[in-house]
Each structure stands twice: as structure tokens, then as C-alpha cells.
Design a protein around this ligand. Structure first.
Ligand SMILES: [Zn+2]
Length: 311
């Protein structure tokens, strides 16, 4: 086993060398997907955070207006934010004026410091900011393990504009309606509705292509309600928190139906006198096509069990 250590060390060194290349090369970690006129999804990888993806393992949203750019979610680190900026520069030379933090996960706010330095106004729900303050140091510690030196410059910066359950603003004649429907993947999750584009940016309320994660900071029951509030807008374009921009139908299949199944199966399991250990055996096989199903499905079942045990 000792013989493998130099190989691992070499691999890490190689990754670090790649990671320290100029910012332009970071664009490669984000796929630029045109959604509709002047609307883009920057699609990051669906895997874990690492030195290569700079904690941008999520999807970010871009709307270009005559007066500047609105960015949905800042990236997971300073350098992650810089990579997003490089991607935006390949679309437009307009400056980023507003950044919306749609939730409490690292990729929804730990890039804020970079955007604050560019002079952008950062907007988030009060619940999201409370979550940033509560979990920030834990997230930074975890990120240090994933990113090492690539963490450079990453520090907590909180939103300039906070709102309770809704906030509307305009840029270049385009209206942006932010709604915080309640706790979903994290306590402060919001979606951003752009009526003139019939596009919604859902943050972590919607995952497509990969399985969503229910954690101790989540609430599956109100997540379902949050999804319904988003779906009621009948968006033509859904830019999810993870995966490619898609249709409402696909968002329903990969997120909504998954959450409904999870809660229904756990309810039956509890009614039958099942315990937490046994909860991992509930049938989620209809969703085994989702990326990372093997690593997260059972954990999700246990988390929803602990949530429903006292309902
Ligand atoms: Zn996420």
C-alpha cells in the first residue's frame, strides 16, 4: 500500500498545478447553456467539491440586461466566483450589478466576497443570511479540506439587501421577483422569477439529473410546498440548482416526485412500526436513474424518517 502514496501525491500536485492556471481555464468547469434570449445557465459538475471545480459543483443563472448582469448565486469560493465571472465575460462585457444568494449552501454564498469587491449588490433572504452566519465557519472548514490553497480569498461576506419573504427589483427594464417560500434544501431557499422571460431560477429547490440531498438543514415537507409555489408560476424555463436548465416537467420528475415518494414511503414504514435503521430499505428504485443515487438515497431516507417521526 505504501507504494501508492507517491502516486496520490503526484496526482494531487498535478491537480494543484491545473488549479493554479489562469482564470480563463476555470471556465472549462462551467458549461454555458443558453436558455432563452439573454438568459444563461452556467452548469457546474454534479460531483463533490474539489480543487478542479473550486466548489462550483452547482448550476448558476445569468440574465443580461441593457444596464448590466444579474447573477443567480455567486459560486462556492473566491476563485469559483472568478471562474463564473470569466464565463460571463465570454457572454457579455456588461458588469455584474446584482448577485442573488438563493440559499445557504456554500455555492450559494461563499463567492460573495469576490462580487462585493467588484461592486455588485448582493441580495438574500433573512433566513438565508441567518443560515450563512450559523453554518459559515463549518462550511469554510469543510471547504479547506476540499480546496486547500484554492480557498485563497474566500471569506464570509453577507448580503447587502435582506428581505423576509419576497423582494422585487428591476435592471434594464427587466423585473426580477425573488420569493422565499419557506425551508427547502436549506432554511433560506429562494427562487427568482423573471416574468418577461418566463424563466425561474430555483437554486436548491430543484435538482435535475442527480439525486437531491436531504440534510439536517432541510425540510422535505416544506420543500414540497416550496416546489409547488415555484411550479404555480408555470415557467417555460427552469434553471435548477443542480443540472441543466430544463422544463417544469423534468423538474417535477427529478425533484418533486422524488420528495413525494420519499415521504409517502417513509410514512408507510412508520405506520408499519418500522425504525430508522430499516428506513433505508424503502423502495426508491424509480429514481435509481439519478446520478449519485447510490450514495445519497439511503441517507435521504434516514433524514426524512427523523423528520417525520414526530409529525
Ligand atoms: Zn446545492
Amino acid at each position: 500500500m505504501m507504494r501508492t502514496i507517491p502516486h496520490i501525491a503526484f496526482y494531487l500536485a498535478l491537480l494543484t498545478a491545473v488549479g493554479t492556471a489562469d482564470a480563463a481555464s476555470f471556465v472549462k468547469i462551467l458549461e454555458i447553456q443558453k436558455v432563452t434570449e439573454n438568459v444563461y445557465a452556467l452548469v457546474g459538475p454534479k460531483e463533490q467539491r474539489d480543487v478542479g471545480n473550486l466548489a462550483n459543483n452547482a448550476t448558476f443563472g445569468v440574465v443580461v440586461t441593457n444596464e448590466g448582469v444579474v447573477l443567480m448565486d455567486p459560486g462556492g469560493s473566491w476563485k469559483g466566483a472568478q471562474a463564473i465571472h470569466e464565463a460571463i465575460k465570454s457572454i457579455t462585457d456588461k458588469p455584474v450589478k446584482f448577485v442573488v444568494d438563493t440559499g445557504g449552501q456554500d455555492h450559494r454564498w461563499l463567492g460573495n466576497a469576490y462580487w462585493a469587491a467588484q461592486g455588485a449588490t448582493i441580495i438574500a433572504s433573512e433566513d438565508a443570511v441567518a443560515d450563512h452566519k450559523e453554518r459559515g465557519s463549518l462550511q469554510l472548514t469543510a471547504l479547506k479540506n476540499f480546496l486547500g490553497k484554492q480557498m485563497e480569498g474566500t471569506e464570509p461576506v453577507y448580503a447587502d439587501v435582506k428581505f423576509e419573504d419576497g423582494y422585487t427589483f428591476e435592471l434594464g427594464g427587466i423585473e426580477f421577483q425573488i420569493k422565499h417560500p419557506g425551508q427547502a434544501h436549506t432554511p433560506g431557499d429562494s427562487f427568482v422569477w423573471v416574468p418577461s422571460k418566463k424563466a425561474v431560477f430555483t437554486g436548491d429547490i430543484v435538482y435535475v439529473e442527480r439525486i437531491l440531498g436531504v440534510g439536517s438543514q432541510s425540510n422535505a415537507k416544506s420543500w414540497i410546498a416550496a416546489f409547488e409555489a415555484m411550479a404555480a408560476l408555470l415557467p417555460e424555463h427552469v434553471v435548477p440548482g443542480h443540472g441543466h436548465a430544463t422544463t417544469l416537467e423534468k423538474a417535477k420528475a427529478d425533484t418533486y416526485a422524488y420528495l413525494i415518494n420519499l415521504r409517502e414511503k417513509i410514512a408507510k414504514h412508520i405506520d408499519a412500526g418500522g425504525d430508522m435503521i430499516g428506513s433505508v430499505e424503502i423502495d426508491q428504485s424509480d429514481f435509481s436513474y439519478l446520478d449519485q443515487f447510490e450514495s445519497l438515497a439511503k441517507r435521504n431516507a434516514q433524514q426524512v424518517y427523523s423528520e417525520m417521526e414526530w409529525e
